[in-house]
Design a protein around this ligand. Structure first.
Ligand SMILES: [Fe+2]
Ligand SMILES: [Fe+2]
Length: 156
């Protein structure tokens, strides 16, 4: 039971900063998958979620928030592309399943972004929590699976 609870805590690693009245996404070294360049990209994506969280907390304008969202999506798309290039390079056996996961995430993010740019959706703590959890759980589960194969092939 305790083991299951601990596993759940690891999977849902969003820390809630109750004192600040808002959610705060805090990166923790245990989220690393062991490949420096990839961990750096994951960390950068997480940092953009934190910046958005801060911007919402400080009631920043749409003009101030928009570039952060754009940059977050760019980082995410570039990161997926880098991983998929590595899969090709090392002929990763589970590439198609992983690429499908990326596809699903791209569709979800694109759907929110389209709705947001048309003024039909707003960015909120709940939206941030939903997308950051989706992405961070992807890093922690799917990305962790390919790490040993990349390391075996000398990718750091
Ligand atoms: Fe990743
Ligand atoms: Fe991935």
């Amino acid at each position: 039971m305790l083991k299951q609870f601990k596993a759940l805590l690891v999977m849902v690693y969003i820390n809630i900063d109750v004192a600040g009245g808002s959610m705060a996404l805090i990166w923790n070294e245990t989220f690393n998958i062991g490949i420096k360049s990839i961990d750096q990209q994951h960390k950068e994506i997480n940092e953009y979620f934190s910046k958005l969280n801060e911007a919402i907390s400080n009631k920043k304008s749409k003009e101030q928030i928009d570039p952060i969202i754009t940059r977050l999506i760019e980082c995410m798309i570039t990161h997926f592309h880098i991983e998929e290039t590595y899969f090709d390079l090392i002929k990763y056996k589970d590439a198609s399943e992983h690429i499908k996961e990326h596809g699903d995430l791209r569709i979800k993010v694109a759907s929110f972004y389209n709705s947001y740019t048309k003024g039909k959706s707003v960015i909120s703590f709940e939206i941030l929590e939903y997308y950051s959890t989706l992405l961070l759980n992807h890093f922690k589960s799917h990305d962790l699976k390919y790490a040993p194969f990349l390391i075996q092939n000398g990718i750091k």
